[in-house]
Design a protein around this ligand. Structure first.
Ligand code: KIV
Length: 259
């Protein structure tokens, strides 16, 4: 049976949630078959498969195209798509239109929006319109140009208080879950205790209600993954080896075999 917002919310305190990114039907179907609760069509699409240096260049058209492919590959997992760069900061109608297109045209189950309490009003209005929203605080990769790089969040007292206030405001606005990226583990634990919606961590320690990783990192395709990543396979080496064998076989006329 297909996972729903209800299943995801009720997982809190009962079972850890698992979320993996996917950008096409092939890898989405594998994550789904393996039992991932949620598949995220992250805008990490940009740096993972589109060859960009960050998530910033990813467009709505990119997200629609890849989200629709992911939806075609999934039977059970709940599918969430990122709202790409800057759109959530435009007028509400622009955000509503982008969210509605991802739900209606691509068929995703929910959208994810980066940003703290400044996003709360818009998230509340999306929720009123019937759109499920996953919030995202801590490191917000769409802010990379302003930040000048990626770093840990929630270490100072001021940042701790801001993030705690953000989490509560996003919960109150109707977000059904909260991603915390590169967040101090003690703060991630405190936020997880303080709010009733599930938290999903990435580089934020073990106390979140669930964990998310980027598929290319989990599978060992990424050459220099972040330190917090656990590599569960080494598909980069295996792929290079397989491709080299195919190329060698063809060059030597070993493939296809002669009769
Ligand atoms: O785009 C993405 O893959 C994400 C995850 C890192 C949470 O937002």
């Amino acid at each position: 049976m297909k996972n729903t917002v209800k299943n995801i919310i009720s997982a809190k305190g009962n079972t850890k949630l698992t979320m993996l990114t996917a950008y096409d039907a092939l890898f989405a179907s594998l994550a789904d078959e393996a039992g991932a609760d949620i598949i995220l069509v992250g805008d990490s699409l940009g740096n993972t498969v589109l060859g960009y240096k960050s998530t910033v260049p990813v467009t709505m058209e990119d997200m629609l195209h890849h989200s629709a492919a992911v939806v075609r590959g999934v039977e059970k997992a709940f599918v969430v798509a990122d709202i790409p760069f800057a759109i959530a900061h435009k007028k509400f109608d622009v955000l509503l239109d982008a969210s509605a297109r991802l739900v209606q045209e691509a068929g995703v189950d929910a959208v994810k929006i980066e940003g703290g309490k400044k996003m709360a009003k818009k998230i509340s209005k999306l929720s009123e319109a019937g759109i499920a929203v996953m919030a995202h605080i801590g490191l917000e990769p769409q802010q990379v140009m302003k930040l000048g790089g990626y770093r840990k969040f929630g270490k100072t007292d001021e940042e701790k208080q801001t993030m705690l206030d953000d989490a509560k405001a996003l919960e109150e606005a109707g977000a059904f879950s909260l991603v915390m990226e590169m967040t101090d583990p003690d703060l991630a634990a405190e936020i997880t205790r303080e709010i009733s919606i599930p938290t999903i961590g990435i580089g934020s320690g073990p106390s979140c209600d669930g964990q998310v990783l980027v598929c290319a990192d989990v599978l060992g395709f990424t050459q220099n993954p972040p330190k917090f990543v656990k590599k569960y396979a080494d598909l980069r080496s295996q792929t290079l080896e397989a491709y080299a064998q195919f190329i060698g076989d063809v060059k030597l006329s070993n493939f296809p075999p002669s009769k």
